[in-house]
Design a protein around this ligand. Structure first.
Ligand code: ADP
Ligand code: MG
Length: 274
């Protein structure tokens, strides 16, 4: 399958059609018409060795359809960041498989994995990770520049306008509010038109107003720009912006929910923590 094919995959969630998943029994039942944008199959991750080893993922199978906004929630230490890092090719599994589109990441050597991350995956981190000496515009195009690529002009303009940053492009990160800085990071993640964007606690450093700006943009980028987002969060309000929430507890999938509200998410979290 070509790298860009998942971008044109039909959006599965509003068709109501069900097809057999392309991979065996463990695939989550949420069906996709093409390969899911990302999936984990019996994923196991053990951190450390011997008596200090921690089984952070204990046979996790979950899939993420293209064109959807999914939140991953769970108590602290439940394996959310580990799952996201393994899905995004930032860390390797101890067992099982992760797939990005049709690509099994375990078949890639480190160099091929770096190229896949660069060309097909976008990242948004809690701490923004902007380069302080560069303007907003330069930060947004830096990953493309490093890859020797140029932004597609029309897409760049679309992203800048959707993220509401047109009048801030010459500012340095220190001249931006937290919400603006994280929106720059969102634009940076989207400008290469990745197949999937992973965000780890993207609103963890933001107040509620700035969080709403960033989450509103992420939601619009899924609805209006057909992006695919997987977001780790422990905030039920943040999760309520997603189409779907997958819950983790003790390194295992502990339920999922479509069309979440902050209240229904909070209720489920309480039952997991009880
Ligand atoms: P979450 O993001 O849900 O808080 P993590 O995925 O960060 O959870 O961690 C899951 C478990 O794995 C925790 O018990 C954590 O202490 C452990 N863990 C995470 N990363 C490492 C690491 N690099 N080395 C050892 N243990 C780790
Ligand atoms: Mg974490």
């Amino acid at each position: 399958m070509s790298p860009m094919q998942t971008l044109t995959a039909p959006r599965a969630h509003n068709t109501g059609r069900r097809h057999a998943p392309p991979t065996p029994a463990q695939a989550a039942p949420a069906a996709a018409q093409a390969a899911p944008a990302a999936q984990a199959l019996d994923a196991v991750k053990v951190h450390g060795k011997g008596s200090t080893a921690v089984r952070a993922l204990d046979s996790v199978s979950v899939s993420f359809d293209a064109g959807r906004f999914t939140a991953i929630m769970g108590p602290s230490g439940s394996g959310k960041s580990t799952l996201m890092h393994c899905l995004a090719g930032l860390d390797r599994l101890s067992g099982g498989q992760v797939m990005i589109g049709g690509t099994d990441l375990s078949t890639l050597n480190d160099k091929a994995l770096t190229v896949l991350r660069r060309d097909r995956v976008g990242f948004i981190f809690q701490a923004f990770n902007l380069v302080p000496t560069l303007s907003a515009a330069e930060n947004i195009t830096l990953p493309l520049a490093l890859a020797g690529r140029k932004a597609e002009r029309a897409w760049y303009d679309t992203v800048i306008s959707a993220v509401g940053l047109a009048d801030r492009l010459s500012h340095r990160p220190s001249e931006l509010s937290g919400g603006q800085a994280q929106r720059v990071a969102c634009a940076r993640a989207l400008v290469s038109r990745p197949d999937i964007v992973f965000a780890d606690e993207p609103t963890g450093n933001l107040d509620s107003r700035a969080s709403a700006e960033v989450l509103g943009f992420m939601r619009r980028s899924v609805i209006e720009l057909s992006q695919t987002i997987v977001m780790v969060t422990h905030d039920p309000v943040a999760a309520s912006y997603a189409d779907r929430v997958v819950f983790l507890a003790d390194g295992r999938v502990a339920g999922e929910m479509s069309d979440p509200t902050a209240a229904t998410v909070l209720d489920h979290m309480k039952s997991l923590e009880a």
